[in-house]
Design a protein around this ligand. Structure first.
Ligand code: PAN
Ligand code: ZN
Length: 185
């Protein structure tokens, strides 16, 4: 039996998997490497819980997950998830925000990047062939739920190599998506 706590998005019950990413795990993704080097590598940037009712790669199945992104900045860039295209790039996904404020950053295969604001209740459809990453633009943890096909998989390499074509910075305390690719993720 699995349950969602709708106040927090937390998954409870059996067969729930968990993972977490520390700053040390995703440091190369951030623009300001000097700032990143001076921060504690053990700092947790985000945690994921998910339920896989069917094996990975099952065609026609679905997975459910909850991600919690901590508030914070590396230099002036918001804490964010790694971001990925799906390995089966045409697979789509729903995200919905439970707590906190943030931005869903989307990039298509022509490397056009845009964002959608996330706040409690916001519902987001990630189109096919679209990389997705979430940044926490608030001062408290950002909790969102997700549902995606069990055969979607993850292509992290493309983001590791070429990044997104825009980054979300805090400029005078407000989020601003800035175009330009440093060649890093
Ligand atoms: C989500 C993400 C989760 C963590 O479940 O996997 O938010 O982000 P990264 O996978 O980019 O580290 C999802 O999009 N699944 O497909
Ligand atoms: Zn995804």
């Amino acid at each position: 039996m699995q349950r969602v706590n709708w106040l927090t998005g937390t998954l409870e019950g059996s067969e729930i998997c968990t993972s977490r990413k520390t700053l040390g795990d995703i440091r190369p993704l951030f623009f300001d490497q000097d700032a990143a080097q001076n921060m504690d590598p053990a700092l947790v940037v985000y945690r994921v819980q998910w339920w896989s009712p069917v094996p990975e790669k099952t065609e026609g199945g679905l997975f459910w997950g909850t991600t919690v992104v901590e508030p914070g900045l590396v230099g002036t860039e918001y804490f964010m998830t790694h971001g990925h295209f799906h390995a089966k790039a045409d697979r789509t996904e729903f995200y919905s925000t439970v707590q906190g404020t943030g931005a869903l950053i989307l990039m298509n295969q022509q490397r056009k990047t845009w964002m959608e604001e996330m706040s409690p209740g916001s519902l987001h459809h990630i189109p096919p062939h679209t990389a997705h990453r979430v940044a926490n633009t608030g001062t408290s943890a950002l909790h969102f739920v997700a549902c995606w096909p069990s055969d979607a998989g993850y292509d992290y390499d493309e983001i590791r190599k070429n990044g997104f074509s825009a980054r979300l910075f805090s400029i005078y305390g407000r989020p601003l998506l800035v175009d330009g690719n440093s060649g890093r993720a």
